[in-house]
Write a protein that binds this ligand. Sequence first.
Ligand SMILES: NC(=O)C1=CN([C@@H]2O[C@H](COP(=O)(O)OP(=O)(O)OC[C@H]3O[C@@H](n4cnc5c(N)ncnc54)[C@H](O)[C@@H]3O)[C@@H](O)[C@H]2O)C=CC1
Ligand SMILES: O=C(O)[C@@H]1CCC=N1
Length: 270
Amino acid sequence: MTQKVAVLGTGKIGEALLSGMIRAGWTPADLLVTTRRADRAEQLRTRYGVTPVTNAEAAKSADTLILTVKPQDMGTLLTELAPHTPADRLVISGAAGITTASLEDRLSPGTPVVRVMTNTPALVDEAMSVISAGTHATPEHVAHAEEIFGAVGKTLQVPESQQDACTALSGSGPAYFFYLVEAMTDAGILLGLPRDKAHDLIVQSAIGAATMLRDSGEHPVKLRENVTSPAGTTINAIRELENHGVRAALIAALEAARDRSRELASGSNG
Ligand SMILES: NC(=O)C1=CN([C@@H]2O[C@H](COP(=O)(O)OP(=O)(O)OC[C@H]3O[C@@H](n4cnc5c(N)ncnc54)[C@H](O)[C@@H]3O)[C@@H](O)[C@H]2O)C=CC1
Ligand SMILES: O=C(O)[C@@H]1CCC=N1
């Protein structure tokens, strides 16, 4: 029997996932989407050949429901969804902070729920998605979530107690790298380089460094030491990074992101 998958709240993450699933071979006719705006629904139909439906229709006709609304919109979505969702649907939440227990409380007793934190490199099939099973999710349900998110990159199963930490590391992680590139490009401007050249130099250096981190099998400390010549340029830069507490700032930043993920569990708006 054909498995229908619905993406509910198809914004940036929902669309990244949907497009990746189609690239990986899912049939658009088996994919349903829900949106708040009709023009957005038509855009998705035109772009991908998927079928826009209401949240209630998605619950009735899809086997798997992937919830990709903002955490703050989850309550409203569940109010629309829950009365129409039979307990045999697999519900996958992609929202930061929202626990499987809170979703199970709002759905029919026994509904299998899986929590996933992915990231925006899903757009280029390089996502990191961490997956945790709720109380009623079987290994088959988790495998199905892995298959879906595996379409856009790597997957890793973690205990749900680690989800908020993973959200801080890999969910938000791409933003930290974009921020570093932005700051280093500004440094290039200060050093007198044109912005486009500075950008290209830093982006290619980032790609090279990321590829070495993934493929060389070397520890990051060793890779950094290999760049750092005695009485050379790099150690002068490293001394300034240490003087400015960049390592401590990163630790504090990720701790703050983890704490915010915990807060979102209670529906906090700000
Ligand atoms: N943006 C990111 O880097 C990441 C986001 N996430 C999580 O993914 C989720 C979505 O984030 P984005 O895609 O960035 O947000 P987004 O705002 O681009 O997408 C959410 C979409 O849901 C729609 N929506 C809201 N309520 C709805 C309802 N009741 N019915 C139908 N559609 C509804 C909105 O109109 C919007 O288009 C969030 O929960 C976030 O925590 C997870 C990993 C990374
Ligand atoms: O900033 C956020 O809340 C979302 C979750 C992880 C990345 N973006």
